[in-house]
Ligand binder design. Structure first.
Ligand SMILES: C[S@@+](CC[C@H](N)C(=O)[O-])C[C@H]1O[C@@H](n2cnc3c(N)ncnc32)[C@H](O)[C@@H]1O
Length: 210
């Protein structure tokens, strides 16, 4: 079964952020669920949670493996994990209808091609309810500055594998998000030089067409 050591380390700090930020019985869409460890951990601790995992077609069966084994065991009262969806953020037709209280994604922005990141933001803006939250967990830089040497090394490593990958600029994300009606409301420091960027979907009088 697919297993991520990073997920084991970050799932509890992420749970603490979600506990603080999500409403009761939240409906959450997760993008790029990977091994499913976040889905299972959150559903074991957040009562009433409805978690919708998703992945690229190529990784759906690995995700389903964990969810089939663990996705119904020891969940918090009223919590559930839905059947995982196929979702490539660049495929508009694959986005579910929503509305969701939150869209969560961990360690995906630096892996998906740079050109896909605005599509992640746009998709989240479409499916979130007004007041809903987009939570991006992972390493981010500020302009050209990395927040730690290890993140600079990681960025260089990613770009050497594929120039389309790389640690994203939180300020640029904030600017792009704003044009979509997503306002940065928190930038929470997380262990190991990671961050959770929290955006809130505003109700715009003249919403731009997306
Ligand atoms: C480093 S893994 C992180 C997985 C999991 N969220 C975690 O924290 O362990 C990056 C994930 O991004 C997903 N991904 C890459 N490109 C994507 C895209 N265009 N749309 C949706 N997910 C994508 C990959 O399939 C992969 O599962």
């Amino acid at each position: 079964m697919l297993f991520s050591a990073a997920c084991e380390r970050n799932k509890q700090p992420i749970l603490e952020v979600l506990t603080q930020r999500l409403p009761e019985a939240a409906q959450v869409l997760e993008v790029g669920s990977g091994s499913g460890q976040h889905a299972v951990h959150m559903a074991r601790h957040l009562p009433g949670l409805r978690w919708q995992p998703s992945e690229l077609a190529a990784h759906l069966s690995e995700l389903a493996e964990r969810l089939n084994l663990e996705g119904t065991v020891g969940l918090a009262p009223g919590a559930s994990i839905a059947e995982p969806l196929e979702l490539d953020v660049t495929r508009r037709e694959q986005w579910p209808d929503g509305p969701f209280d939150a869209v969560f994604t961990a360690n995906t922005c630096h892996i998906m091609p740079a050109a896909a990141v605005p599509q992640l933001l746009a998709g989240a803006a479409r499916v979130l309810r007004p007041g809903g939250l987009l939570l991006l967990y992972g390493p981010f830089r500020n302009g050209d500055e990395h927040t730690a040497p290890s993140n600079a090394d990681f960025d260089a490593h990613l770009r050497s594998i594929d120039p389309a990958m790389g640690v994203r600029d939180a300020r640029e994300l904030g600017r792009q998000a704003l044009t979509l009606g997503l306002v940065l409301v928190a930038d929470q420091a997380m262990p190991a030089n990671n961050r959770t960027l929290v955006f809130e979907r505003q109700v715009l009088a003249d919403a731009p067409s997306r």
